[in-house]
Design a protein around this ligand. Structure first.
Ligand SMILES: [Zn+2]
Length: 280
């Protein structure tokens, strides 16, 4: 699998000179599977840049297809949809797997952000591409672009979000963003979902001191990300979903602290940075 980061910031886009190195776009990650298929995880503002690149491929000719995995429908995970050029080209085909329990519920939520009060697109029906919306059933695996995917559900503030375990050609990548663990830290179920992954991408929104005052928002500290990686004995941790107010230097501090925590356990570390690619 080839993983590429298109948006790594949490909650709201944060462009500017102080966030240039890690990037200011919100959550979007692409996974190219061993069979050459494309899985897109989350539709934050980073999706726009992936879309522009895809125009030079089959997607530019209306012959592209991809699977989109949606962790949850907070703004920073869906706002890229209306700015993703391949959805305006007839013939392209997208299968969206997400939360909501039924395709109708999820479709209605996505339709809501196209309302004329929020978007000039007015309705999802104005997209030329085919968008097939499906509800992921927690714990039940499904096939996507030649890979096997299993979704798990975790608390995220007042709501929940899905994490995705993707297995392809003997390798495992887990995407777990927007994770608000209870006070005791990562649950047994969460650790089981991450267990033995070659790469665990994990919510690392806060430094512990900031998290302590914002617990109800439902995000992880980098310490919790490291604890999850160590408990699940993963090969590599990817830090992700940095707080919008953190500068590049702040994120450097998070990365250094994670490295110190993970080194004794032989766990590698890759900080997610917009535009970077990771081969699994
Ligand atoms: Zn988020």
């Amino acid at each position: 699998m080839k993983v590429r980061f298109w948006g790594v910031r949490g909650s709201i886009p944060a462009p500017g000179p102080e966030t240039n190195r890690y990037g200011g776009n919100t959550s979007c990650v692409s996974v190219t599977t061993s069979s050459g298929g494309l899985i897109i995880i989350d539709m934050g503002t980073g999706l726009m840049h992936l879309g522009n690149l895809l125009l030079g491929t089959e997607f530019g000719k209306g012959k592209g297809r991809a699977t989109i995995l949606l962790s949850h429908t907070h703004w920073d995970h869906i706002q890229g949809l209306g700015f993703f050029p391949p959805v305006f080209i007839g013939g392209n085909n997208f299968t969206v797997w997400g939360p909501g329990g039924s395709p109708k519920v999820l479709e209605d939520i996505l339709e809501g952000q196209m309302d004329p009060n929020f978007s000039p697109l007015q309705t999802l029906k104005n997209l030329a591409a085919t968008v097939d919306v499906r509800a992921a059933v927690v714990g039940e695996s499904f096939e996507a672009e030649g890979a096997r995917v299993v979704a798990s559900e975790h608390p995220h503030g007042m709501t929940t979000a899905l994490s995705f375990r993707i297995e392809d050609a003997g390798k495992t990548f887990v995407y777990a963003s927007d994770v608000g663990y209870p006070d005791g830290g990562p649950s047994k179920e969460a650790i089981a979902h991450y267990r033995g992954a070659d790469v665990l991408l994990h919510d690392s929104t806060y430094r512990p001191d900031d998290q302590a005052t914002r617990r109800n928002r439902g995000f992880s500290s980098y310490e919790e990300a490291c604890a999850a990686a160590i408990a699940a004995k993963v090969g590599r941790l990817v830090t992700f979903h940095y707080d919008q107010d953190y500068t590049d230097d702040d994120v450097d501090g998070i990365v250094a602290a994670c490295k110190e925590a993970l080194d004794p356990h032989g766990i590698a570390l890759t900080p997610a940075r917009e535009g970077d690619e990771l081969e699994i």
